[in-house]
Ligand binder design. Structure first.
Ligand code: SAM
Ligand code: SF4
Length: 335
């Protein structure tokens, strides 16, 4: 019997799975983690073989795009085994894209093996080009190591998109430098609004919040910004910078709701499936995976979960207070 495809109650086909392969990270970005984060005991994590089985079940049900994230995916021990194994779905044509989001700290080592496994595009999170500011944002990160990683990825032939979280009072003065740098290096740039995730440790996200409509106005004061009809399968809206020819994407969960075209779900490293980044509702797939040798129970659990996918999230800063906040940290669900 053919396995049913994944369509949610709002008739959205789920074709994109993001997988957090670890909650651990070698950085402690202040908007993502507290400095003294406690991580999950290793035994809670899906093994690499279990991750393979889980992802393959989704691919069998019509997922065509797989993004590996975390935590920092490249600090997970043995992670290349997983990428190498997933490349069989690229070879068969079932999977159209295997990609990852990374802080680039380990790319000097992994860029070439990733390319060899079939990865062609990667997202690199980089909020600043200033070494000192980089230290303040990431707390533990080393800027030189990240730049080496970016260079290695470029050299290996990976297409790079830089993700920059727009942080008022932190990197707002670097917007033009970042656009110029990305343009010169041939990287796309995506701006992301800071989201009210995690415990926030007394940090006021409203203070940091720099709406992308304002970012856009700042861009237009210096560059020629033309909207383009590019759809990369994600929530970003794109524009082209006339002077550099580079593209800038805007991910606006707060100023513009993008839920109506949502095609994705997120799997945590413990096998919980989140149907929406901004809602607490989750489905435990690990029990169905571990309890049975065949995939029948797992497939049924996936289908039942997709049938519960909510219409959208409720993040809202518009009344000058944070609403719709979720207590999970981004490294748990995978950004
Ligand atoms: N460690 C990898 C990295 O940094 O690229 C992958 C995981 S990280 C959680 C994925 C993305 O989430 C990063 O681009 C990061 O900037 C973003 N992120 C983390 N916390 C966020 C928040 N509170 N609001 C918006 N974006 C956030
Ligand atoms: Fe680590 Fe990425 Fe979170 Fe920064 S944003 S702490 S690099 S998981």
């Amino acid at each position: 019997m053919p396995i049913p495809q994944l369509v949610d109650p709002f008739n959205r086909a789920v074709s994109y799975l993001r997988v957090s392969v670890t909650d651990r990270c070698d950085f402690r970005c202040f908007y993502c983690m507290s400095e003294d984060m406690t991580f999950l005991p290793k035994k809670e994590l899906l093994t690499l073989e279990e991750l393979d089985r889980m992802c393959s079940a989704f691919v069998d049900m019509g997922v065509t795009k797989l993004r590996i994230t975390g935590g920092e995916p490249l600090v997970r021990k043995g992670i290349m085994t997983f990428f190498d194994s997933m490349s069989r779905h690229l070879a068969s044509g079932a999977l159209k894209e295997l990609t990852l989001t990374t802080n680039a700290s380990q790319l000097a080592r992994f860029a070439q093996p990733l390319f060899d496994a079939g990865v062609r595009r990667i997202n690199v999170s980089l909020d600043t080009l200033d070494e000192q500011k980089f230290k303040e944002i990431t707390r533990w990160g080393r800027f030189g190591q990240v730049m080496d990683g970016v260079d290695a990825a470029d050299k290996a032939g990976l297409k790079i998109k830089i993700n920059m979280v727009a942080l008022k009072g932190t990197n707002d003065d670097e917007l033009h430098d970042m656009v110029a740098w990305c343009g010169a290096r041939g990287f796309d740039l995506t701006m992301i609004e800071v989201m009210p995730m995690g415990d926030m440790g007394g940090v006021d996200r409203l203070e940091q919040y720099w709406p992308l409509c304002d970012v856009r106005k700042a861009l237009e004061s210096r560059w020629t910004v033309e909207d383009i009809a590019l759809n990369t399968g994600g929530p970003a809206k794109y524009a082209r910078i006339g002077e550099t020819g580079g593209r800038v994407g805007f991910i606006t969960p707060l100023t513009h709701n993008f839920c109506e075209s949502c095609n994705r779900v997120r799997l945590t490293c413990t096998g919980q499936l989140f149907l929406c980044l901004g809602q607490e509702d989750e489905a435990d797939l690990r029990a169905a995976l571990r309890g049975f040798e065949g995939n029948e129970a797992l497939n049924a659990a996936i289908i039942a979960a997709i049938a519960r996918k909510p219409k959208g999230h409720d993040f809202d800063y518009s009344r000058q207070e944070i609403e719709g906040e979720v207590s999970r940290h981004m490294n748990h669900t995978g950004g």
